[in-house]
Design a protein around this ligand. Structure first.
Ligand SMILES: Cc1cc2nc3c(=O)[nH]c(=O)nc-3n(C[C@H](O)[C@H](O)[C@H](O)COP(=O)(O)OP(=O)(O)OC[C@H]3O[C@@H](n4cnc5c(N)ncnc54)[C@H](O)[C@@H]3O)c2cc1C
Length: 494
């Protein structure tokens, strides 16, 4: 069978493209190398070692903790409506403080709604109201952008210089930046647009799932199948086959060949280039640009299953920083070990009742800390790696206890993922959490477009325009629009 569209990778972007295109009546095939679909959106099961035989496993999340802008008229609402994702059990976080931040010994809240956001912070920083108003203008402007691709390619201002121009009090800059686990804070490169866009929709309204992230993945896949599409796991694409200047098929490592009219790669652009290693159509300049692009840091996630009825669910995220300089949330010591300065605590919304079963502790983890094990594979990294993970979990729990006293005694099970885990499960170079790093000094160099020099190959996913659920979703719609335009053009030419 020849498919209308073959998609390589079942990350959020790949599945969203498959949903959009199969709903419109195209035959769509998604090929996923992993054993489970979803990429960074997938949840993984673990059965408690102490649980009685037959007990259901607990599912732990990877890259979905909270999202913004789901209410009517807000950033993600219309896209999620079209993707049939509004029906999932979303839990809206507290309006008077969806993010609680502790820096040293002072507590702050980030409130929902732009006016509420300004009023809440102006109570702590009365002399900064004007700066807060300027900041909100920048947030709103980033939400009003309809063409993210051209907005990213035109960025010329950095988040760090903007914040320093706009505010007098460095503590307020730290407060506004403390939710840094939703992007990579890097003074010398982070564009203002990425900073504002990644924060703005959360201030509109913030939400988490009542349950694990697989709900979102399965909802998309059920619909794709309902529309006649297919999603195949353990399908590791090793080559995109070209004939007469066009792609004709994807060949997997197991020898299976899947033919298609159009191809969309949801894999990292470096992988896409490798799938086309023999192609003359991919220009050397593009290959060099993709292979030399830097990637954002990875994330360390410590997932804790708690003993029953030990921690009441809290309807907000918590962030704790021991020191004032939030823009340096981690420090890698000379011996490669990680000194953790800031942490996000995410509480899983229970499907029923008032007690939470799972919390995640997240912090930035540069690749340097994983390098000694870079040649190892999942499950075979050795005792010293396990020890390193244990020590990091211990440090994170100690830090989280500042906000959740007695947490250590509540823990029944602990699972730790590092950038190595992400590298091996999603093939992201160096386990990068948010894909290719954007640099406001060189916007065009780090902006990888959705189209390619092969007319029937498009790309999607967090490496192209913007990361995170909102960025990836908007990119998926853009990729599909482009595909439709290409089809129209091709039918006019015939
Ligand atoms: C720890 C962490 C926490 C996060 N928390 C949040 C959050 O709370 N909110 C938010 O909005 N965002 C969050 N993010 C970011 C968000 O998860 C990502 O931006 C998004 O999931 C990336 O989706 P993607 O489409 O780029 O695909 P990816 O997740 O990168 O998936 C790509 C897929 O392609 C597959 N693939 C690659 N090569 C091949 C091949 N050759 N053949 C077949 N398949 C292939 C991979 O196996 C993978 O499944 C978080 C990320 C991390 C790492």
């Amino acid at each position: 069978m020849k498919y209308d569209v073959v998609i390589i990778g079942s990350g959020l972007g790949g599945l969203e493209c498959a949903h959009i295109l199969s709903r419109q009546g195209r035959s769509v095939l998604v090929l996923e190398r992993g054993g489970q679909p979803g990429g960074c959106m997938q949840s993984y099961p673990r059965r408690s070692v102490t649980a009685p035989h037959g007990t259901k496993p607990v599912w732990y999340d990877t890259g979905l903790h909270y999202i913004g802008g789901l209410a009517e008229g807000q950033a993600l609402h219309d896209c999620f409506k079209q993707l049939n994702l509004l029906k999932l059990p979303w839990q809206r976080l507290d309006a008077d403080g969806f993010n609680h931040i502790r820096i040293e010994d002072r507590d702050f809240r980030i409130a929902e709604g732009f006016d509420n956001f300004i009023d809440t912070l102006a109570r702590d920083f009365p002399n900064e109201r004007k700066g807060l108003e300027t900041y909100v203008e920048a947030l709103k402007a980033s939400l009003n952008v309809t063409d993210l691709e051209s907005a990213i390619s035109q960025i010329d201002d950095g988040a760090w210089p903007f914040l320093n121009r706009t505010f007098h009090d460095p503590l307020l800059i730290d407060v506004l930046s403390a939710t840094a686990q939703n992007m990579e804070l890097r003074k010398q490169s982070l564009p203002l647009f990425v900073f504002t866009h990644a924060n703005a929709s959360y201030i509109q309204s913030s939400w988490r799932l009542k349950g694990d992230g697989n709900m979102l993945v399965h909802s998309l896949i059920n619909d794709i199948r309902h529309y006649g599409g297919e999603v195949i796991c353990h399908a590791d694409v090793e080559e995109l086959i070209e004939r007469d200047g066009q792609l004709v098929a994807a060949r997997c490592t197991n020898g299976e060949i899947y033919e298609g009219n159009y191809f969309i790669s949801n894999a990292h652009p470096i992988i896409t280039c490798n799938l086309l290693r023999n192609s003359k159509l991919i220009r050397p300049f593009y290959r060099k640009r993709v292979t030399t692009a830097e990637n954002t840091n990875g994330i360390l996630t410590v997932s804790l299953r708690l003993k029953p009825s030990t921690l009441r669910y809290f309807n907000y995220n918590q962030f704790v920083y021991k020191q004032r300089d939030v823009w340096e949330p981690v420090q890698v010591r000379d011996n490669g070990t990680l000194s953790i300065k800031g942490l996000m605590i995410n509480c899983r919304a229970p499907e029923t009742g008032e007690w939470t079963e799972v919390i995640d502790l997240l912090t930035t983890m540069p690749w340097q800390c994983c390098e000694p094990w870079s040649e190892t594979e999942v499950g075979h990294r050795g005792e010293d790696y396990l020890k390193m993970k244990e020590q990091l979990a211990d440090k994170c729990i100690a830090m989280a206890e500042e906000l959740l006293p007695g947490l250590r005694n509540m823990v029944a099970e602990c699972y730790v993922s590092t950038p190595l885990t992400y590298r091996d499960y999603t093939l992201t170079p160096e386990g990068s959490a948010f894909g290719i790093r954007k640099d406001y000094h060189y916007p065009l160099l780090c902006m990888i477009p959705t189209y390619t020099s092969i007319s029937n190959l498009l790309q999607t996913g967090q490496n192209l325009i913007m990361h995170g659920v909102e960025g990836v979703t908007k990119t998926a719609f853009r990729t599909c629009d482009l595909l439709v335009k290409k089809e129209e053009l091709s039918s006019q030419n015939h």
